[in-house]
Design a protein around this ligand. Structure first.
Ligand SMILES: [Zn+2]
Length: 125
């Protein structure tokens, strides 16, 4: 399960931050997830809640999922824009990772991230 292994890595980062900052209780964790990472919100939330249960400072905290739209830049013509998809809405769709104007190859500027944006927490003495 893709989401669960990603979430394990994120929770490890959180635990390190908790230790470093002497956090006593985490209230909310905001995670930024790129459109092209293909991580589903419900599975991420489930994985988070499961992992957070085992840590008394994370247990009961709110999980906020922020989706980051993809952005690509054409290497040929310099066009910057969002990503088109093959396939129908509400089905599995393949992103088209090439320029819609000139068919040139593109680099992905945004949309692959999966990272902690913010942690709202109470800090001890
Ligand atoms: Zn182009």
């Amino acid at each position: 399960m893709h989401e669960f292994s990603m979430m394990c890595a994120l929770v490890d980062v959180l635990k390190a931050e908790i230790e470093k900052n002497n956090v006593t209780k985490v209230n909310e964790v905001i995670v930024e997830v790129g459109e092209l990472s293909f991580l589903a919100e419900e599975q991420m939330r489930f994985a988070y809640n499961t992992l957070a249960e085992d840590n008394e400072r994370l247990a009961g905290s709110k999980f906020t999922f922020e989706s980051v739209p993809a952005e690509i830049e054409c290497q040929e013509c310099g066009r910057v824009g969002d990503v088109d998809y093959l396939g129908e809405e509400n089905h599995f769709r393949m992103p088209i990772i090439k320029c819609p104007d000139c068919d040139g190859s593109v680099s992905i500027l945004k949309g692959r991230e999966c990272q902690i944006k913010n942690m709202i927490a109470e800090v001890g003495e």
